[in-house]
Write a protein that binds this ligand. Sequence first.
Ligand SMILES: C[S@@+](CC[C@H](N)C(=O)[O-])C[C@H]1O[C@@H](n2cnc3c(N)ncnc32)[C@H](O)[C@@H]1O
Length: 300
Amino acid sequence: MKVCQNMPLQNNHSAKNNYGICHPFIKWAGGKSRLISQLKNFIPEEFNNYFEPFVGSGALFFYLTSSFKIKKNFSLHLSDINSELINVYKTIKDDLKELIKELQYNENEYYKDPKKFYYKLRGERFPFDSIKEAARFITLNKTCYNGLYRVNKSGIFNVPIGSYIKPKICDFKNLTKVNRIMSIRNTTIENYDYQKISSKIKENDFIYFDPPYFPLNETSNFTNYTSYGFDISQQKRLANFFNELDKRKCKILLSNSDTTIIRDLYSSFKENIISLNTLRSINSNAEKRKNHSELIIKNF
Ligand SMILES: C[S@@+](CC[C@H](N)C(=O)[O-])C[C@H]1O[C@@H](n2cnc3c(N)ncnc32)[C@H](O)[C@@H]1O
């Protein structure tokens, strides 16, 4: 099936679809919003279904769904290993009204006394109510230092409060659009390891892999999205999966750091390894948020 592009892909916010333009509802380490103007050039012209198995804040997903007309049999598959994050996606899709109520409550309480409310919320150990849990996640994301999601070895969120004046915690408009996009009949949202998508993938499906990056050096990279980490053996496992899907004639796009190890792992695709210039956003030291290059690897 041909994907129908509504407008030229020149500007993320200039295109339209039936569901409205929407953007990621959280800030996420390694999020691709800033890179979209470059990434969009690597979206294949024609493909069947879309898979984003390291979805995070879903920057490419929201770009695609905002810029392309979604055809009837076109299915979208979002997944991530972070269970709290996936709970938020599912809650936006299934319980938006209740979520909005919780977010409005959090926003009011936060405005009364930001510090007191933030640390009280952060200290709560899962309220065992998926809607409250999703509202807590969004609220902490909008108010924590640098929008950084980081957990300690026991899986407990441990980021200090950020300095924001009246941050918008309940973005009703955007969340409503996200809900509409995800309510498209064939959108699935799953909490699992990326390799679990294997059984669903067919020839000519498009997969965007955006894993935790291989570090440029020992201290440079943030990969604590969960308490599991993503080490070199995980990078090798992903490269093997990439090869397997290539043999199955899928269209694959992958982002990673510009390092010798990553270039070596994907050396059989070396004609399709492209270096992009970007600005790293999650770093506590503004000095280190300077330009660097990262890689796009594709098989088409
Ligand atoms: C670089 S971020 C993705 C950023 C995303 N493209 C965006 O625009 O926000 C990497 C994501 O991979 C997820 N992750 C880490 N290990 C994973 C695994 N084994 N399977 C699936 N997801 C994983 C993390 O939870 C994190 O959300």
